[in-house]
Design a protein around this ligand. Structure first.
Ligand SMILES: Cc1cc2nc3c(=O)[nH]c(=O)nc-3n(C[C@H](O)[C@H](O)[C@H](O)COP(=O)(O)OP(=O)(O)OC[C@H]3O[C@@H](n4cnc5c(N)ncnc54)[C@H](O)[C@@H]3O)c2cc1C
Length: 376
């Protein structure tokens, strides 16, 4: 029996589960911030953690390929028909204890609403993560980060549904092996985040501020200073908007997956080679400004956006008529201008990756999760 012929029966069984609803018509273009991707066999909307667990138990027992979807802001999905079921997490309760600074959010809560609530409740720690699209449950998946702060800084534990053992339990953060834009949940689908728990500051002050662009904008005299969380949130949102990094439905510069490539971590030798080459091509003054931060064990983190620009790909590349383009506000965001296909966006990603590799010998690695498509 073909997979699609099993679908009516599967949908029928899924509708028996409390707090589950089925969407037969939706496409990934409607579920992702890139507005790209074809149709799943079905979309299953789960309004409670118990519904998520029950739906996945059924789908896994029947061997149905699945994709867990939060806000769709870190997904690049193939065009056409996809032989998988989208499991959309919509449980969204949030609990804040202002006396202790403990915040718990169910996985489907909109992340920026969680940040806003924390700041409005007088709690500090999340303000630098303002404006990141997507769901609370996805924040540990790639250890989201911005402006010098990562979710790892405040995450205490995570409620996981482990799809192999069938356990629904709270696990300590250490179990997730969080690192730069990584956890052992990313790309594996081994477990689903049902809830996250954060420990925030009760004094209403921000995390220590170290990110140059933000400390300059806030006119801090020293790195590591704190400011009222609400002031920092406002500044972070302003900076992000100027780069098209806050979702705006009518602004195609924000029809992206955010930063398309992670910042590459390279050897000291390669970092120096890049600097020398930039000096030869653009002069010593430009080379001296190359972002280059120690990343441990003799390695250095470079800026993917800076390398893309210096490799000759300017904002808006390849130009006005292209359906998939670099954002006109930020070279690191690949955008769908409204009529692009996934194939066209992948072609652009390949051109950028190969161009940087050819020019500087640095390999850029995509940050989003790819489904049914590959860069190679
Ligand atoms: C304009 C823009 C700006 C961005 N800026 C940043 C930024 O500053 N910093 C940053 O780190 N990221 C950034 N991102 C990327 C993205 O917003 C984050 O990675 C976000 O956490 C993804 O959340 P989501 O709910 O949309 O996940 P989705 O895109 O729906 O899913 C992403 C992956 O996580 C998995 N997943 C989703 N929910 C769960 C769950 N509950 N349990 C287990 N797995 C799950 C999915 O299966 C998929 O593999 C940006 C994206 C955009 C579009």
């Amino acid at each position: 029996m073909s997979n699609s012929s099993q679908t009516p029966d599967l949908a029928q069984q899924l509708t028996q589960i409390a707090d589950v609803s089925i969407d037969h018509e939706i496409s990934f273009a409607e579920l992702t911030t890139l507005h790209l991707g074809g149709r799943p066999r079905l979309a299953v909307r789960c309004a409670t953690p118990a519904a998520v667990v029950a739906a996945l138990q059924l789908l896994d027992r029947r061997g149905v390929p699945t994709l867990v979807v939060g806000g769709g802001s870190n997904l690049l999905i193939a065009d056409g028909e996809l032989d998988l079921v989208a499991v959309i997490i919509e449980c969204a309760d949030v609990m804040v204890d202002v006396a202790t600074g403990l915040l718990r959010a169910e996985a489907g809560a909109v992340w920026d609403e969680v940040v806003e609530l924390s700041v409005d409740s007088g709690l500090g720690g999340l303000e630098c993560l303002s404006g990141i699209p997507g769901s609370a449950g996805a924040t540990p998946v790639q250890n989201v980060g911005a402006y010098g702060v990562e979710i790892a800084d405040v995450l205490t534990r995570v409620r996981l549904y482990d799809r192999q053992s069938g356990q629904d339990h709270w696990v300590p953060v250490a179990d997730l092996e969080l690192a730069y834009r990584y956890s052992n949940l990313k790309f594996t689908g081994r477990a689903v985040v049902l809830e996250i728990e954060l420990q925030l500051r009760v004094d209403g002050l921000s995390a220590p501020l170290r990110f140059g662009q933000l400390t300059r904008a806030l006119e801090l005299s020293e790195t590591g200073e704190h400011r009222p969380a609400a002031d920092v949130r406002a500044e972070v949102l302003r900076l992000r908007r100027s780069k098209g990094m806050v979702l705006e439905p009518d602004d195609v510069d924000t029809w992206s997956a955010g930063s398309f490539f992670t910042n590459p971590v390279v050897s000291g030798t390669l970092a120096e080679q890049v600097r020398t080459q930039v000096a030869a091509e653009r002069g010593a003054e430009d080379a001296a400004k190359m972002p280059c931060f120690p990343a441990g064990e003799g390695t250095f983190k470079l800026s993917a956006a800076w390398l893309i620009d210096r490799a000759g790909f300017e904002r808006g590349y390849p130009g006005e008529n292209a359906p998939a383009r670099l954002s006109t506000k930020h070279t690191l965001a690949l955008t769908n201008r409204g009529s692009a296909t996934t194939a066209e966006l992948v072609d652009l990603a390949r051109t950028i990756r190969d161009g940087v590799q050819h020019r500087f010998g640095v390999q850029l690695v995509p940050e989003p999760v790819w489904v049914g498509v590959s860069l190679d």
